[in-house]
Design a protein around this ligand. Structure first.
Ligand SMILES: NC(=O)C1=CN([C@@H]2O[C@H](COP(=O)(O)OP(=O)(O)OC[C@H]3O[C@@H](n4cnc5c(N)ncnc54)[C@H](OP(=O)(O)O)[C@@H]3O)[C@@H](O)[C@H]2O)C=CC1
Ligand SMILES: N[C@@H](C=O)C(=O)O
Length: 257
């Protein structure tokens, strides 16, 4: 029996991951702040699928509250799949953002997935197996579309996933970055936005089912809304070409006087 730990399982994308992994027969550890919602989901999924489910209530921005989650990730029975999903948006411009709000977002979207991954990765490498799913965003590739620091937090999640995959894939550990575009969840309203004003919103079940197709195919980067995967492949090819120019002891001729 494998066990998946899912952060932000009380609503939206995380709750659908919980449903899907329970349906696949995985035991679960569900993490979020809303204990009542987690318990309702856990009871439903235990009854429906006969899996074992633990609930950890934690505000992942709080260094004391994240500790039991880190301890569970280091403990036995091992966590086979970590879904770093908990996250939030922050509306508004960088120039007018409150530093306290930015600090909190960085703790949730950047520091928490980093610490959680760090807690679990050693055991996965030792066992030669395990999976880490990181929920980034298409905004990681389109930062100009969004003001403030949200897109930058998601670029971090994508970059961390790529660099971690380069380190651990050969050791049997699978890393996936999922890049959703607009998806119908509570995230907009929670950040003071209005989802009815957002065009082309994907339903959350469709998003997670597509992401799981990418998971089963062991894709490193899964972008559910992109119709033609060759667009992503071309992007990666061009990135490789650009990188060929990085190994130069001299500045390029155009920068020399
Ligand atoms: N919906 C969208 O359009 C997109 C979403 N994403 C990403 O998907 C992920 C999931 O978001 P989504 O499902 O849309 O949004 P929701 O707001 O529906 O879910 C967010 C989840 O994160 C949890 N969470 C929020 N703050 C904290 C905290 N401080 N500590 C612990 N858990 C917390 C919430 O639970 P609780 O309040 O109980 O703590 C909730 O379970 C995020 O990382 C988001 O950036 C990416 C691209 C597009
Ligand atoms: N819509 C954004 C989240 O709120 C995103 O695309 O990441």
């Amino acid at each position: 029996m494998t066990t998946a730990l899912i952060t932000g399982a009380s609503s939206g994308i995380g709750s659908v991951y919980a449903r899907r992994f329970a349906a696949r027969g995985n035991d679960l550890v569900l993490v979020a702040r809303a204990t009542d919602k987690l318990n309702i989901l856990a009871t439903e999924l235990r009854d429906k699928h006969g899996v074992s489910i633990d609930v950890i209530t934690a505000d992942l921005t709080d260094s004391a509250q994240i500790e039991p989650v880190l301890q569970r990730l280091r403990a036995e029975p091992p966590i086979d799949i970590l879904v770093n999903n908990a996250g939030a948006a922050l509306m508004g411009d960088f120039a007018t953002a409150e530093s306290a709000d930015m600090y909190k977002l960085l703790r949730l979207n950047v520091l928490a997935p980093t610490l959680l991954t760090s807690a679990v990765i050693g055991g996965m490498v030792k066992r030669g197996r395990g999976s880490i799913i990181n929920i980034a965003s298409v905004l990681a590739l389109l930062p100009e579309y969004s003001h403030g620091i949200y897109a930058a937090t998601k670029s971090y999640v994508l970059t961390l996933s790529q660099s971690l995959a380069a380190e651990v894939t050969s050791k049997g550990v699978y890393v996936q970055a999922v890049l959703p575009a607009a998806t119908r969840t509570e995230i907009y309203e929670r950040a003071g936005g209005d989802i009815s004003k957002v065009p082309d919103v994907m339903e959350v079940d469709d998003l997670v089912d597509a992401a799981l197709v990418g998971f089963d195919r062991k894709e490193l980067v899964t972008i559910p809304p992109v119709p033609d995967v060759t667009a992503w492949e071309a992007f990666e090819r061009e990135r490789g070409l650009l990188a060929q120019g990085f190994s130069n002891a001299q500045p390029a001729a155009r920068y020399r006087s």
